[in-house]
Structure formats: C-alpha cells, structure tokens
Design a protein around this ligand. Structure first.
Ligand code: ADP
Ligand code: MG
Length: 378
C-alpha cells in the first residue's frame, strides 16, 4: 500500500537494494570477481594501461582454472586462436574489427574484451544510419557555448575522445551502418592517434592503451562498405557460426543458465533434449539440409542464429516455470520457434510447413514435438 501511495504522489521510491539491481549489468560488474582473481594472479607483462596481460584477457574470454583454484567461466566458445589474434591486435597500433553474421557474439566479445583490457566496456558508440560525427568526435553544450563561447567546458567529448584521453578501449557497434563520411572521421583518429579541435586550436592526443573495437555485420556489406583507407587501420577477425550441434547446444545451455539465474527462474532445467531440438531445427533450416545430409530443406528469410536459439529457450523456460511444471517441454518452445522461423508471413510459413511435414514428422522420438508445432502453426 505504501509503495502505491507514494507513487500516486509522484515520488518514485527505491524499495530495497535488491530491486535496484541493474537489469543487465555491464560485463565488468557481472564478472567483477573473476576479473579481480585474474588481476591478483596475473604475473605476465601488461601493455600500458591494460588491467591484465594478453594471456589473462584470453583466459577471461575462453575460461580456465587459475593456480589458486578460481574457476573462470568461458564467455566465448569458439576457436582459441581467434581470441588470441583479437587480444594481440588490441596491443598493437591497429584497431580490431569483429566481423560475422548476426548472432555470432560480436557484440558480446567486444564488451568482454573491453571489460578485461580496460575494466570499462561502456565507452560505446552505437552505429546507425543516423550516427552523427559528434558521436565519434565531440559535440557542444549549446547553453555553455552561447553563454561563454567555445571552451573546454562547453565541449562534450564522445566516448572515443574519452578513450583517447584516458588510454582506454572504445567500442563502435555496427560500423558499416554508419554513413561513409562519418566513418571517415575515424581515419585520423586511428592513423594519427589524434583528434583535432579546430574551434579551440587544440587537439586531444591518444595516450598509450587507447584502441578501438568495431563490430560489423557480414550481411550489411555493401551498404556502407568500409573505405579502403579505414579498412587498413583494422585487423579483421571473423567470428564463425558454431561448428557442430554439440558446440551450439553447449553455448545455448550456458547462456540460458546464466540468463535464467538473472531472471530468477528456477534452476536446473532438465531441458537439454529440448535445447538440442531447437538447435537442430535452427541449424537444419540455416544450412538448407538435414543433419544427416540426406534431405534438402528450404531456408527461411530470418537469421536463425545461436542468439535466437538462446532467446527461444529462455522464453520457453519462463513459460514452463510460470505456467507449466517447471520442465522444458515441446509446447514451451514451439511458439518461439515458429516466431523465429516465420518472419515473412507468406513465404516463411510455406518453408516451415514443408520442413514440419517432411522432416519433423518422420523423425524418431520427435512426435510430441511435431504435435506441439502443429498446434501453434495451425
Ligand atoms: N560462440 C559463442 N560463444 C558464446 N556465446 C555466444 C556464441 N555465439 C553466440 N553467443 C551468444 O549469443 C548472444 C548474442 O550475441 P551478439 O553478441 O549479440 O551477436 P552479434 O553482435 O554477433 O549479432 C550472446 O548472448 C552470446 O552469449
Ligand atoms: Mg551485435
């Protein structure tokens, strides 16, 4: 009663420490204990301003057990060499470009790299068709500017400018969506390591430790292709789709487990069969052929990525927790699968129906799943 009264009076109240936990903590906060344990045991050389050695950064991403017994959970599941190349790049004077199809963990890896290297993943520019130059260089506080003219006080630094001044990692998401002329403002920053401020006759010089991690979507290529001048400033690391069903099931189970805990869903899902099914369906539709290589299937228009499988399973777990018996069952994931597969109501529905009848229906042990899918597809 108390809470609603004060809300009615327009006074937002913080009810308890627990209700004030961030819905999605930054990597450096969510994994603060692991990062601290790494800092404490890491005795390898660290590049200037790095919180950890390159070796420890790679361990943070790929997981491992420290000499003192601390377990570091794997954040990224994939080829070790890719992570080593990515981390090493950040210690050179070239920037890092993570490239791949949607849902291959580009954003995720970029956040964790920034958290491990600089202890801060929040110096972030979100790239869109409308990203202005100010988001990469600097803007002005117009009240200050009009009252007192151009000065350092009136200048609003971009995340990139702050990273340069402090020797930190800046992140640029979806670089290729940014208009070409705005992208080009990164060239001077990355090649000369300086950001001129002509209005003040000054510049901000990058200090050691500064670097940039950009992400870009394979499918956007051609939209605003990177100029060759800019491309030369980056080392490109391509993040692949998971190589096998087993690896993808492993990724999905881990992430679902983490997400389930942060959403307070009851622990211990015995849903590994259902997870395997979601992953199998997504992979077969993505690849255009069944897992045994025997039957060709058509691919729907949407990207059925690992990220989508994670979200279908998480939603399914929530359904089973709140409205089922707490065990993940076919009916809990069927609607989610349908939603992910059928993006275009006409064409994708045909693709899905064909797959359902030709593949799912005939598969041994999949009868419950077939019925659940039929029910939501009708
Ligand atoms: N190989 C992988 N290892 C760990 N997590 C992965 C992997 N592939 C995908 N994910 C998960 O997928 C989710 C979405 O990834 P995201 O970084 O948003 O993809 P992208 O930016 O490439 O579109 C993340 O929660 C991430 O944990
Ligand atoms: Mg992304």
């Amino acid at each position: 009663m108390n809470g609603s009264q004060s809300e009615a009076a327009g006074e937002p109240t913080v009810r308890s420490a627990e209700s004030a936990v961030a819905l999605r903590p930054h990597a450096e906060d969510a994994f603060a204990a692991e990062l601290e344990a790494l800092v404490a045991t890491d005795d390898r050389p660290r590049p200037a301003r790095w919180r950890l050695s390159p070796w420890a950064v790679a361990t943070y991403l790929l997981g491992g057990t420290l000499p003192d017994g601390t377990v570091i959970t794997p954040k990224y599941v994939g080829p070790r060499r890719l992570v080593e190349v990515a981390v090493t790049t950040l210690a050179t004077d070239r920037a890092l470009l993570l490239l791949g199809v949607p849902g291959t963990a580009k954003t995720w890896v970029s956040e964790h790299l920034a958290a491990a290297v600089s202890g801060d993943s929040t110096l972030l520019v979100q790239g869109t068709a409308g990203t202005p130059e100010e988001a990469i260089r600097y803007g002005w506080n117009y009240a200050q500017l009009l009252a007192h003219g151009p000065s350092r006080d009136a200048l609003v630094p971009s995340p990139v400018m702050r990273a340069m001044a402090d020797g930190m990692t800046a992140r640029v998401e979806e670089l290729t969506r940014i208009p070409a002329d705005v992208q080009d403002s990164l060239i001077t920053i990355l090649s000369e390591k300086t950001l001129p401020i002509p209005e003040l006759g000054e510049e901000v010089q990058a200090v050691r430790g500064f670097n940039v991690i950009a992400t870009a979507n394979d499918r956007d290529r051609g939209v605003n292709d990177l100029s060759s001048a800019l491309r030369r400033r980056f080392n490109t690391v391509v993040l692949p789709l998971p190589e096998s069903v087993e690896v993808e099931v492993d990724i999905v189970s881990r992430r679902v487990d983490q997400l389930g805990r942060s959403l307070d869903l009851p622990a211990g899902p015995d849903g590994i069969d259902e997870i395997r099914r979601v992953v199998t369906v997504f992979r077969e539709l993505r690849d255009g052929v069944t897992a045994d290589g025997r039957t060709k299937v058509k691919s729907p228009s949407g990207t059925l990525s690992t990220a989508e499988a994670i979200s279908v399973v998480t939603n399914g777990l929530a359904l089973s927790a709140h409205f089922g018996d707490g065990v993940l069952r076919p009916a809990d994931v069927a609607a989610g699968i349908l939603g992910a597969v059928v993006r275009d109501p006409a064409a994708d529905r045909v693709v899905w129906q064909e797959y359902l009848e030709a593949v799912v229906r005939e598969r041994e042990g999949w009868q419950d799943f077939y019925r659940a899918c039929r029910e939501v597809s009708a």
